[in-house]
Design a protein around this ligand. Sequence first.
Ligand SMILES: [Zn+2]
Length: 211
Amino acid sequence: MASFPQHLLDGYRTFTTQRLPTEQSRYRELSERGQSPETMLIGCSDSRVSPEVIFDAGPGELFVVRNVANLVPVYQPDTGTHGVSAALESAVHVLKVKHIVVLGHAQCGGIRAFIDKIQPLSPGDFIGKWMQMFIKPGEVVEQREHESMQDFVVRIEKAAVFRSLENLMTFPFVRDRVERGEMQLHGAYFGVAEGSLFVLDRVAKEFVSAR
Ligand SMILES: [Zn+2]
């Protein structure tokens, strides 16, 4: 049998000697009472964008779903199996979270693949299909005149956050709680190189620095 990655075992050792002693009572409490996180976070699978690290969150604080390009599908109650929708249902119905945060980020590989429409993203490939949920039927995503490639990429990375927030509102149970003021939706964008966080101002429709 293949051996378990040593660096993970080393990391677990560090966890048990350094972090666990200070958090043991919290883990016990969470085990007995169950989790009751106030926030659901929908982020990208990108290894550089770890929500627990960025928000310095401990056990039981964040209910996290990560996928390629932090996308939320539209509400689609059909015979398909929908992972994000299932997680959303548990967060909203069961855990009754007060906030849902969609966290986008710089240098997103999923967005880049979508923009470049690169091979080998054939229609049969998973990323190509997955990224299709980002666009509405008939919508064309193009670089604007005089827009640099970098600005274009950033604009689309941020648009993915807007689209996910829009799609969240297509879920009746989300819309209902938001309209009753029991839950809030938020957008954020993480700059990998600087470790910078920008929070979406829903009124101005702009991301502003959290610092
Ligand atoms: Zn990404």
